[in-house]
Design a protein around this ligand. Structure first.
Ligand code: MCN
Length: 737
């Protein structure tokens, strides 16, 4: 079962039109809610008025009900956290900030009513350089000293463009007051935040998140509308439904990336890296969203050693506020930004020192023999054979091949902190939540199994891969295993799906719960077989007495557990139902090397991806087909960042609020990807040896593409290109050289 490309069991539902998305849900007697949003980037709200007959609630009503400010999930030491309310109280800090909620019997009526709301704003100047935090990693003085001794110093200035997510279904929240239905990647976290704000016991709110057309990181965060609909449903004593219009998504979904970085690499005569210093300014938007600060600070900075053996690395991140939509996780979350800095620098250094771009990397890769390897920026990599993966990627991509004019090739090596996260480490850096995962394995009397996990499946194939893990462990056929996620009433506890954590953390919790099932099953089997528990073996779905042919099936043991007529009741509870919480001792360090070949039309600046090769080490692979799909999706998003996507603001006004302006890649823009997995380095600290794969492509692709483009344009004298490298930008770079 482990390592088999089993077709995704969940797809039948989607392909036959049986998906149940958030907007499919209609609650009898429900009201439709439309949010009135600020058209100003920064303003004082003087008054809000609605004509008679319009049912409207505002921040003042929330304040009168004692609703607390929104909570963010991770607060860095010394961080400034401007109070953020689900409905604005007094000021607004970005276009799209919720100001009032209007309710009516139909969506159309609510839209009309919202247009009648009159808000008197006093526009304020945009905030400038308002600092949220400073976060540093590594030794500043030692890095400066090493830099001074370097034979070569290579500086670079980079922009990591701001992105936004684009799930097929927009966000939505529906509440009865006792239950919140919403498309979220982290139902238990959302329950906690909403309950804290409304002052209700967590046991009294159920959060349900089913099909939602993708999440991409941004649906894992806490949003104002979640609190608004639960509060309004309680106050109005009617169900309340809010669904974002697409344009509203651009104005209210958290956005991603947005770094400005100046970095310098010091090298010796032979091109060996001696010191790296990185200064980054990270725009957090108007408020600190759930993990916005953590991604810009700890998560990004921890990966700035990358796959390289640089003895001194110093990183300083300044988090700043701006009058824009808050920034938070977007697939990759901090890791693509780190990879981009390192890989652009490696190429620039190669060019300046006259060393081949593969060769300069080869001279600096951390060898497998150095594992476990402690980086100067915090993490200790437990395993990985970076040079092996590297050489293989060069080989399958034909890196050394001579290329036609107008073509270029680029390399990007990455290492990723998947399997987020050891709770203790996160706590030391300001996290307000834990990062374990929980799994419950409930065996029915007939031997079939339902497993409940705190992660969330929104395209990753969990219903299949989790079942594969259990099937391999317990010998129960796949079609007798059901996976339940996304309902706080069914799943005892959970953290959610983000940071490519489900397999490494959720899968491990599942495995630990499965082991408890086997341990208890052995005791039941020992009783049935009249043997000592220590003599019972479990293999191929049956319990047997070691060295004999006496055995009892898993199904028979399950039956005995629930019909305990012949059962050791004095020493064992009936039932076969086990729970496990798994908190990872370390991150799972997925790594890989991606190579991209591009072809540039130098007359128009149009770029075609001519080839894309990836070799990834994600430890033990559960389902190669699903993993390949995850890698493809990730690469597609990474190519989107490199070539087309950009969230543009002008004086606080969003210029890219539709898909006419925000250029997602299309299928016809993408090549066939060639991907290989190296399974020789299983994760050393989790029971299944798996590392995450859900973000890998997004991390490596932008750097691989831009490096390839600069290679293609090298003979034309182009030395720098900003993302997204649209045809206009490429053409301008050629003209301005
Ligand atoms: N897998 C495997 N073997 C491994 C690693 C993973 O078979 N060694 C399988 C897993 O069992 C799982 C899938 O690959 O079915 C992804 O696992 P993992 O890497 O643990 O990532 P998560 O399930 O935690 O997914 C999160 C990740 C993130 S952070 C974003 S954002 C993202 C993504 O996955 N958003 C997605 N992939 C997405 N895919 C779709 N279709 N839609 C999104 O919104």
């Amino acid at each position: 079962m482990i390592g088999k490309s089993i077709l995704r069991v969940e797809d039948q539902r989607f392909l036959t039109g049986d998906g149940r998305f958030i907007d499919d849900l209609e609650l009898p007697g429900g009201l439709h809610c439309v949010i009135v949003r600020s058209p100003h980037a920064h303003a004082r709200v003087r008054s809000i008025r609605a004509p008679g007959g319009v049912l409207m609630l505002t921040g003042e009503d929330m304040a009168a009900d004692g609703v607390n400010a929104m909570r963010c999930g991770w607060v860095l030491p010394g961080m400034v956290e401007p109070p953020r309310f689900a409905l604005a109280r007094g000021t607004v800090r970005h276009v799209g900030e919720p100001v009032a909620a209007v309710f009516a019997e139909s969506r159309a009526q609510a839209e009309d009513a919202a247009e009648q709301v009159e808000v008197d704003y006093e526009p304020l100047p945009l905030i400038k350089e308002e600092q949220a935090f400073k976060w540093a990693r590594g030794e500043r003085a030692a890095t400066e000293a090493a830099m001074r001794k370097a034979a070569h110093r290579v500086p670079i200035a980079l922009v990591n463009n701001r992105l936004c997510g684009a799930a097929i279904e927009t966000r939505g929240c529906i509440s009865t007051g006792d239950t919140l239905y919403c498309g979220t990647q982290a139902p238990h976290h959302i329950r906690r935040y909403v309950c804290e704000e409304l002052g209700i016991d967590e046991g009294r709110l159920r959060v349900v998140s089913q099909d939602m057309g993708g999440g991409f990181g941004y649906k894992g965060k806490h949003y104002p509308e979640e609190t608004v609909v639960v509060w309004a449903a309680r106050r109005l004593r009617r169900p309340v439904k809010w669904i974002a219009r697409r344009q509203e998504s651009f104005l209210s979904d958290t956005q991603g990336r947005d770094h400005i970085t100046r970095a310098e690499l010091g090298l010796d005569q032979e091109g060996r890296f001696l010191a790296l210093s990185v200064l980054t300014s990270a725009d957090l938007g108007a408020y600190v969203s759930s993990f916005g600060a953590a991604i810009a600070g700890p998560i990004y900075s921890a990966l700035l050693a990358g796959v390289y053996r640089t003895p001194q690395v110093f990183v300083e991140v300044t988090g700043i506020f701006s009058n824009t939509v808050p920034v938070d996780a977007y697939r990759g979350a901090g890791r693509p930004e780190a990879c981009y800095v390192l890989e652009r620098l490696a190429d620039k250094a190669a060019l300046e020192l006259g060393i081949d771009r593969a060769e300069i990397r080869r001279r600096n890769l951390i060898p497998a023999s150095a594992m476990p390897y402690r980086t100067p920026v915090g993490p200790t990599y437990d395993c990985g054979d970076f040079p092996k993966v590297f050489e293989r990627a060069l080989e399958i991509s034909g890196y050394a091949r001579k290329r036609a004019r107008g073509r270029g090739v680029g390399i990007a090596c990455y290492v990723e902190s998947s399997g987020v996260a050891p709770s203790r480490l996160a706590g030391m850096m300001g996290a307000r939540v834990g990062f374990y995962e929980s799994a419950q394995v409930r065996v029915a009397p007939d031997g079939s199994i339902t497993a409940y996990l705190g992660t969330h499946n929104h395209g990753q194939g969990h219903a299949t891969t989790y079942a594969q893990i259990l099937s391999a462990q317990l010998g129960v056929p796949l079609d007798r295993i059901s996976i339940v996620e996304g309902d706080t009433a069914a799943v005892p506890m959970g953290t959610g799906t983000f940071g490519s954590r489900s397999i490494a953390v959720g899968g491990s919790a599942l495995h630990v719960a499965g082991a408890k099932i086997i341990a208890k099953g052995k005791r039941i089997a020992a009783h049935l077989l009249e043997a000592a528990a220590a003599d019972i073996e479990f293999r191929d779905g049956a319990f047997s007495v070691a060295g004999t042919d006496r055995k009892v099936t898993f199904q028979a043991v399950a039956g005995a557990a629930y019909v305990p007529h012949n059962y050791p009741l004095a020493e064992l509870e009936p039932g076969l139902d086990e729970n496990a919480f798994y908190d990872p001792p370390n991150f799972a360090f997925s790594n890989g090397v991606h190579v991209c070949e591009v072809e540039v039309d130098t007359d128009t600046g149009a770029v075609r991806i001519a080839g894309y090769w990836a070799v990834d080490d994600i430890g033990t692979v559960i389902n190669p087909m699903i993993v390949e799909g995850q890698l493809h999706g990730g690469v597609a998003q990474g190519l989107g960042q490199a070539l087309g996507e950009h969230t543009a603001y002008d004086e606080g006004q969003l210029l890219s609020a539709s898909f006419m302006d925000y250029a997602l890649p299309r299928a016809s823009d993408l090549p066939f990807f060639e991907s290989e997995l190296d399974e020789t380095q299983p994760c050393t600290h989790n029971p299944i040896g798996a590392k995450g794969c859900g973000e890998a492509g997004t991390i490596a692709a932008p750097a691989a593409v831009i490096n390839a483009l600069l290679d293609a344009l090298d003979s034309l004298g182009v030395r720098d290109l900003e993302m997204p490298a649209t045809p206009l930008r490429v053409w301008q770079a050629i003209m301005q050289r």
